[in-house]
Design a protein around this ligand. Structure first.
Ligand code: GLN
Length: 231
């Protein structure tokens, strides 16, 4: 449902994940959602001439919110999958990701996904990691949490043996939030691409794709990328 924004442009509701570093997370100081996806969708809105009203929620709420057309746009590090495409429209891909394992720094038993039999692997419900584990590791015990931070905390506390999640999130969490207690192991397990999500047959897809292409051409995308993933 579009309403007139301050600039005269329409205002669209944007559903995002409440915690998926460094794509979207709450900045305690400003009280605003910040991260790569947040900068990107604000830049897209500027370029395309609309306003955004950002609402943060659990990841599976973003997926169902697109299916039921509760929000106009979803941006949440959401992987483009054939299954989701049956009920959701996606923009052109905007980020190359994949899945990876993290274990405790002291762990010498798990060096790759070949060592997961009989181990407890934590991840987040309703995500591509959960599907990947179900399909490829029936002999591992999978524990799912509504938020991925809970999975990492259980790993730090030694309650689970490994966490499987999106490469950029695992790498960022291990480097910035795990205080040296965790490490990544093995290769990228499955290549994935993130897309901006829309309710089926949304008229916004084309405008957003056009704005995204402009931001890639004019260097804005690279500036945002550098800010969150640069050295
Ligand atoms: N990329 C994963 C998925 O789409 C997880 C995204 C997230 O946790 N925000 O399933």
């Amino acid at each position: 449902g579009a309403e007139d924004g301050e600039s005269g442009g329409d205002t669209y509701t944007v559903a995002t994940d409440n915690n998926f570093v460094p794509f979207e997370f709450l900045d305690e100081d400003t009280g605003e959602m910040e991260g790569f996806d947040m900068d990107l969708i604000r830049a897209i809105a500027d370029e395309a001439g609309f306003e955004v009203d950002i609402e943060a929620m659990k990841f599976d709420g973003v997926v169902t919110g697109m299916q039921s057309a509760k929000y106009d746009i979803g941006i949440a590090g959401m992987t483009i999958t054939e299954e989701r495409k049956e009920n959701i429209d996606f923009s052109d891909p905007y980020y190359d990701a994949g899945l990876m394992l993290a274990v405790h720094s002291d762990n010498t038993e798990i060096e790759s996904e070949d060592d997961l039999a009989g181990k407890t692997v934590a991840t987040r419900s309703g995500t591509t990691s959960e599907s990947y584990l179900q399909e490829n590791h029936p002999d591992a015990e999978v524990e799912t949490f509504p938020g991925i931070v809970e999975a990492y905390m259980d790993l730090q506390a030694g309650r689970v043996d490994a966490v499987m999640y999106d490469v950029p999130n695992v790498q960022y969490y291990v480097a910035n939030d795990a205080e040296g207690e965790l490490k990544t192991v093995g290769d990228i397990l499955q290549g994935e691409q993130y897309g901006i999500a829309f309710p089926k047959d949304s008229e916004l897809v084309e405008d957003v794709n056009e704005a995204l292409a402009t931001l890639i051409d004019n260097g804005t995308y690279d500036d945002i990328y550098e800010e969150w993933f640069g050295e």
